[in-house]
Design a protein around this ligand. Structure first.
Ligand code: AMP
Length: 305
C-alpha cells in the first residue's frame, strides 16, 4: 500500500516509526508520472528498503507564471502509478506546507547553474536546489535518485551535496526514451501530432554529435555546427542551445579531449524540450564521416554514478 502524506508533521510521525536499519530512497518529482519516473522508482527499489516519491510542482523554480499554472497536476493518477509500482510513500505537500512564509534562504550552486538552461531560465536552478535541500531536510533520505534526462540538474545536486556536506548519496538514472528516441517528459503531452512527429530530431542531432566525437572529431565548434544543421533543417524548430559540456562542471568545452555531455534545448511551437547524451572520444582514432544513426541505443555513462 502506498501512503500519501501531505504534511510535514504527518511525515514526522511516519518517520519516527522507520527502523534505523531501513535505507530510505527519495525520488523527487513534479508528478504527471511516466515510465521515466518509473525507472527512477525501480532503481530506488533495487538500492533501498523504503522508497519515497515526492510530488510537488515547485513554484520557485518557474520563470513563467503560465508555465507553472499549466503544469499538469494529476495526483490521483500519480498515486495509482506509484501504487502499481510498490512505492512505499508519496510526499505530496501543498504549497503552503513547503513555503508557509516567503522563502528567504536559497541554495545557489554557482557556475554549474550558469550554463545551458541557466542562461535562459534565471533563478530556475536556485529554485530547484532550494527545494531539493528542503526535501532532503524534511524526508531525510540516505539515497536520492535523479534522471540523466535533466543532466544539469543532476550535476547541480551532486555539487550541492558535496559543498554542503549533505549526507545523501545521489544516484543518476539513464534517460528512458520512446522507440523513436524522444526522451519521455511530462512536457511531451503539450505537443500536437505534427509537433510530436518532429521531436525525435532532438535525439538525432545529439547522436550526430556523439558519432562525430567517436569518429575522432575534437573541434567543438565543428561538431555543434553539424548537429545544429540537423535541427535547423526543420523550419518549425528553434534552437535555444546546443553545447558540449564537461560532465561535472557543465562548462562548455572548445576541444573534446575527455568524455563530454552533448546537451540541447529546442522549441517546437510553444513547447521547450531538452535532452542530452554521453559522448566519449576515441583517442587517436581517424576522423570518420557520420554513419546512419541507429535509434535509440545509448551507452550508459557510469563515470558519475
Ligand atoms: P520531473 O517530474 O520532470 O521534475 O522529473 C523528476 C525526475 O524524473 C527528475 O530527476 C528527472 O530527471 C527524471 N526524469 C524525467 N524524465 C525522465 C526520463 N525520460 N528518463 C529518466 N528520468 C527522467
Amino acid at each position: 500500500m502506498t501512503a500519501v502524506v501531505q504534511r510535514v508533521a504527518e511525515w514526522n510521525r511516519f518517520a519516527a516509526r522507520i527502523r534505523p536499519a531501513e535505507v530510505v530512497g527519495l525520488v523527487p518529482t513534479m508528478g504527471a508520472l511516466h515510465q521515466g519516473h518509473g525507472a527512477l522508482f525501480e532503481e530506488a527499489q533495487k538500492r533501498c528498503s523504503l522508497v519515497v516519491a515526492s510530488i510537488f510542482v515547485n513554484p520557485i523554480q518557474f520563470n513563467q507564471r503560465s508555465d507553472y499554472d499549466f503544469y499538469p497536476r494529476v495526483l490521483e493518477e500519480d498515486v495509482a502509478f506509484c501504487a502499481a509500482r510498490g512505492v512505499d510513500y508519496i510526499f505530496a505537500p501543498l504549497d503552503h506546507e513547503m513555503y508557509p512564509e516567503p522563502q528567504r534562504v536559497f541554495v545557489e550552486v554557482e557556475d554549474t547553474s550558469e550554463h545551458l538552461c541557466g542562461r535562459s531560465r534565471p533563478g530556475h536552478f536556485r529554485g530547484v536546489a532550494t527545494v531539493v535541500m528542503k526535501l532532503f531536510q524534511i524526508l531525510r533520505p540516505q539515497v536520492a535518485f535523479f534522471g540523466e534526462k535533466d543532466y544539469q540538474q543532476l550535476a547541480i545536486v551532486r555539487r550541492l551535496v558535496r559543498d554542503l556536506n549533505v549526507p545523501v548519496e545521489v544516484v543518476g538514472v539513464p534517460t528512458v526514451r520512446e522507440s523513436d528516441g524522444l526522451a519521455l517528459s511530462s512536457r511531451n503531452r503539450r505537443l500536437n501530432a505534427a509537433e510530436r512527429s518532429l521531436a525525435p530530431c532532438l535525439y538525432t542531432a545529439l547522436l550526430v554529435a556523439r558519432q562525430l566525437i567517436a569518429g575522432g572529431e575534437r573541434n567543438a565548434a565543428a561538431i555543434k555546427e553539424r548537429a545544429i544543421q540537423v535541427l535547423q533543417a526543420i523550419p518549425q524548430i528553434r534552437v535555444e542551445y546546443f553545447e558540449l559540456v564537461d560532465p561535472d562542471t557543465i562548462r562548455p568545452v572548445d576541444v573534446v579531449e575527455a568524455p563530454v555531455r552533448a546537451a540541447t534545448a529546442i522549441w517546437i511551437g510553444e513547447t521547450r524540450l531538452i535532452d542530452n547524451v554521453y559522448c566519449e572520444p576515441r583517442p587517436h582514432s581517424p576522423i570518420l564521416p557520420p554513419q546512419d544513426i541507429a535509434l535509440p541505443h545509448e551507452p550508459h555513462d557510469t563515470s558519475n554514478v
